[in-house]
Design a binder for this molecule. Structure first.
Ligand SMILES: Nc1ncnc2c1ncn2[C@@H]1O[C@H](COP(=O)(O)OP(=O)(O)OP(=O)(O)O)[C@@H](O)[C@H]1O
Length: 574
């Protein structure tokens, strides 16, 4: 865990904090140990004796107060730094991860880590680490001091330490193991709740929204079962460690009584030593709880640092200069989402600057994958993808995204106003530019219909506007961005004639200053393209204009005729 904390805070801050905390623990142990000679001095009845150890106790107590102050301030600073840097570092790192990393299970775990996990980790400094270090440092100091009074008492204390350590380890282990199980169950239940909320429409359409959704119910009952079991195990662990502490105190008290009866220590010292034995055991009783809580927080910390250690896609420190602005090349690209199932095989394609290129082909042939590779959501396994003449791996993410505007079929709108959602493309755009993009994409019509016009919030995911309208907003985003390359991934698939009209108008506008790559199912949307690329089973099987491809009477012509006869997609005699 310390290694994980170092990764987050840097070694200097953490080591200094630990040193101040241990220093406070040692000083408070010394202060407690000094009580024995002070009590002996008082019991001696001599006036002069009072001044023998009292000043030392006062100095040590004062020093402990100062160290405690510094230690608390450093703890708060470390907690604040952790809090502020956690989300920042997590966010920075997440954007460098390939999109394949974000499967639904990981998203559920990430949600937990980014919310409860970060709070727990911040709490390590505020509530956990310092009591734990103090609970260990103070009793260790007391044990050493006890050796100075009487080696038998020191020995009894020292012997009890490994027994107590074993009991604490056991308690911490039961708590942490239980938490790991709880965490897995919480993630599963959380993921199912999100799925249930997001997919209400589908569930209701199939009559499952009202009568319950079995995977969610199963996940919740499993979560409850695991929590009950964890609670039981945790109680056993804490009881064992509590019992061990009581046993240690009893043994130490018996040794004190025995030493007093034996005449080895005065009765006053025996009373003070008994108090010291309690001082030794008191903090230890808390150790198992702190250690358990620290282990639990440590689990969260490990999950977070696991995310931070997941290698992102490598990035150069500076982007290579663009040699052919607006051009896209895929040069003998091979790619599969998993190594055993290749999706693109030696795929080559050149999209000249300022042209409109349409990718067509049967479902699952790899068209969307081409768009994703151009956007560098994944890295290719073989070959090169070039944007503006440069390998996308030689461009920094911000430089690559500046080159591209991507509109996909499943548009996500943020729960904000329409204006804010469109401005996502280019926040610094003027109001006039925003209005023009909105007009071209037909968003102004939506605005006129909404109760608060431009200021209407569209709800999470854009629930208060229709699918076709969301599509228009996404097109407006792309228009406003004025990127050199626009990628449109099956944007026409779910559009009614009115929305499609706006889309065609927008594409014409985009084509005036951008290279446009369009994945299309409806062939009537591609007839005007400068270049039509027919993709089948991850390969380019034909390239040309609508007329030349019809004349060639190949795969495209078959598609075209099949469509004309309402037979759907079919290529290469399949
Ligand atoms: N994230 C993913 N993980 C694993 N496999 C994927 C993923 N996305 C797509 N695939 C698979 O890759 C293949 C190509 O998918 P792709 O979406 O590129 O095809 P497409 O031609 O765009 O299909 P469609 O026209 O139906 O959208 C398909 O077999 C698909 O199942």
């Amino acid at each position: 865990m310390i290694t994980d904390l170092r990764l987050l805070l840097g070694p200097r801050i953490l080591n200094r904090y630990l040193a101040w905390t241990a220093g406070y623990g040692v000083l408070s142990g010394i202060a407690a140990a000094l009580l024995v000679p002070v009590v002996e001095d008082l019991a001696s009845g001599e006036r002069d004796a009072i001044g023998r150890h009292l000043p030392a106790l006062a100095i040590v107590t004062l020093a402990a107060c100062v160290v405690r102050y510094v230690q608390t301030m450093r703890g708060s600073a470390a907690a604040l730094k952790t809090m502020s840097s956690l989300h920042q570092r997590l966010g920075d790192h997440l954007v460098s991860l390939p999109l394949g990393w974000f499967d639904s299970d990981r998203t559920g775990r990430l949600t937990r880590v980014a919310t409860d996990g970060t709070v727990m980790i911040t709490g390590i400094f505020a509530h956990l680490l310092s009591p734990l270090v103090i609970s260990v440092a103070a009793p260790t100091t007391v044990t050493i001091a006890l050796f100075f009074y009487d080696w038998r008492l020191g020995l009894a204390t020292a012997v009890s330490i490994p027994v107590l350590a074993l009991a604490f380890r056991f308690a911490a282990w039961t708590l942490a193991r239980g938490e790991a199980r709880n965490h897995a169950a919480d993630v599963e239940a959380g993921t199912r709740v999100i799925e249930f909320g997001r997919n209400q429409r589908v569930l209701r359409a199939f009559g499952r929204g009202v009568h319950g959704y079995q995977p969610l119910e199963d996940a919740i009952s499993e979560q409850q079962r695991i929590r009950r079991r964890t609670l039981g195990h945790g109680v056993v662990g804490l009881s064992v460690s509590g019992l061990a502490v009581q046993l240690a105190v009893t043994v130490l008290m018996l040794v004190c009584v025995w030493l007093a009866l034996d005449g080895a220590v005065t009765p006053a010292a025996a009373v003070a030593l008994t108090a010291l034995a309690f001082r030794f055991a008191g903090p230890l009783a808390d150790v198992s709880e702190y250690a358990g809580a620290i282990r639990i927080a440590g689990n969260d910390l490990r999950r977070l640092t696991d995310v931070l250690r997941t290698p992102g896609m490598p990035e150069p420190s500076a982007s290579a200069p663009l040699t052919r602005p607006g051009q896209i090349d895929l040069d003998r690209v091979s790619f599969g989402y998993s190594p055993e199932t290749p999706v693109l095989r030696s795929f080559s394609l050149t999209v000249p600057p300022g042209s409109v290129t349409a990718l067509v082909g049967p479902s699952g042939s790899g068209k969307t994958t081409v768009i994703r590779l151009i956007s560098r959501f994944w890295d290719v396994q073989e070959g090169v993808v070039r944007v503006g003449g440069v390998d996308v791996r030689d461009l920094r993410t911000e430089d690559l995204t500046r080159q591209l505007a991507l509109v996909s079929q499943d548009v996500y709108l943020f729960d904000d106003t329409l204006a804010a959602n469109i401005r996502l493309g280019r926040p610094e755009a003027t109001d006039a530019e925003l209005a023009e993009a909105a007009r071209l994409a037909g968003v102004d019509e939506i605005v006129a219909r909404l109760p608060h016009g431009w200021q209407t919030r569209v709800g999470e995911g854009g629930v208060s506007v229709s699918g076709g309208e969301r599509q228009r907003v996404a097109i407006a985003r792309a228009l406003l961005k004025q990127a050199p390359i626009v990628l449109l991934d099956e944007v026409t698939a779910a559009l009614d004639p009115e929305n499609e009209l706006y889309l065609r108008r927008s594409i014409r506008q985009l084509a005036q200053y951008s290279t446009v790559v369009l994945v299309a199912h409806r062939l009537n949307n591609v007839v005007d393209a400068d270049q039509i690329v027919v993709v089948d089973s991850g390969r380019v099987v034909e390239t040309g204009t609508h007329e030349s491809l019809i004349a060639a009477d190949g795969a495209y012509a078959r598609l075209w005729h099949a469509k004309s006869h309402g037979q759907g997609w079919r290529l290469g005699g399949r």
